[in-house]
Design a protein around this ligand. Structure first.
Ligand code: LMR
Length: 329
């Protein structure tokens, strides 16, 4: 009897141990480079919350904001190595991964507004672009909005001539490099986490970003002028390590897909408001002078920049550019 009891206790203990193991949450490290208080930061936190709720705690998403875990280039490598499971890099950062098609989003003046953008990101062209990542060990999950970019510098930027010889930080996109050269800007590529200091110390004179990034990184405190130009778009693709994603239990993956769908709706709902609010805060700070470019000034900028579409066609793929043109009319 004693032996039987001991066996019973032992098997109960084993069972308990087994179920404890089964309950250990699946941890997803989600790394990004912006502040929590931005469209991407908020959407990542929202995803973490919904993932926990929908899976009943089976998944724990740990969000690492503000480049605390990895900077731009390293985070891509970390994802491919499996050191992190999720990222939402800017669409301008997929070139180094070999997905040059994503630079179509960087073409100046390609979208007039969010409605045009969504026809691409939330439609078949967007799906086609995400599927291109599969061969690179990356699972493309969704597109999240940020917004339209403004220029900033220590001098007023109104006319095309004002840009000549200004050194500006860019993201790692050849299209952005060409866009800057088209107006005589000297582009310098650097990680997002280094921009504030580079502006402060004069390593570069200016940059381009949506207002939510400008404000939350305090760039406006080290830039005397902001020109609201809406000359180009900056947004994100949410991605995962493909092996990790495909290896998730099907029911868990289904719940995460639902959480991603909700987070995408949330991100794309708040982005415009967040950027508008950030611009108001920049104005209220009195640290930099905000100038809204006139329609004529914008048109001159557009004329100077649109040659980049043809220049970059062989890099991006004319078919991809045409597919975007078709969606946006
Ligand atoms: C930048 O590097 O300027 C942006 O891509 C940062 C971001 O993630 O919005």
């Amino acid at each position: 009897l004693a032996t039987t009891r001991r066996l019973l206790i032992l098997s109960a203990a084993l069972l308990a141990g087994g179920s404890a193991l089964a309950q250990a949450p699946i941890v997803i490290k989600f790394s990004h480079v912006v502040a929590n208080d931005t469209p991407k930061g908020k959407a990542a936190d929202f995803f973490a919350k919904r993932a926990a709720e929908l899976t009943g705690g089976k998944v724990k998403v740990e969000v690492y904001a503000n480049s605390t875990l990895y900077k731009d280039k390293e985070e891509m490598e970390a994802l491919q190595l499996g050191a992190v499971q999720m990222l939402a890099p800017s669409l301008a950062k997929f070139g180094p991964l070999g997905a040059k098609e994503f630079e179509v989003f960087d073409l100046p003046f390609i979208f007039d507004n969010y409605a045009e953008l969504h026809k691409v990101t939330q439609g078949p062209v967007g799906q086609m672009l995400l599927s291109k990542l599969e061969g690179r060990g990356v699972k493309g999950l969704a597109f999240w909005d940020n917004g339209f970019k403004s220029f900033s510098a220590n001098k007023p930027l109104k006319n095309v001539d004002d840009f000549k010889g200004v050194k500006m930080r860019i993201q790692s996109s050849k299209v952005l490099e060409a866009q800057m050269r088209a107006i005589g800007v000297l582009p310098q590529q650097m990680a997002f986490s280094e921009v504030y200091q580079a502006l402060q110390t004069g390593v570069v004179d200016g940059t381009e970003n949506p207002h939510s990034n400008l404000f939350t990184q305090k760039m406006h405190e080290v830039q005397k002028h902001v020109s609201v130009s809406d000359h180009g778009y900056l947004g994100y693709a949410v991605i995962s390590n493909k092996k990790f994603w495909d290896g998730l239990p099907a029911d868990v993956r289904g719940k995460l897909e639902q959480a991603m769908k909700e987070s995408t709706e949330y991100a794309n709902k708040i982005a415009k408001e967040e950027n508008e609010a950030a611009l108001e805060k920049v104005k209220a700070s009195g640290k930099s002078q905000v100038y809204a470019m006139s329609p004529a000034e914008r048109l001159a900028l557009k004329k100077a920049m649109t040659k980049v579409h043809a220049e970059m066609a062989s890099r991006i793929g004319q078919d991809v550019i045409n597919a975007v043109y078709k969606e946006t009319g």
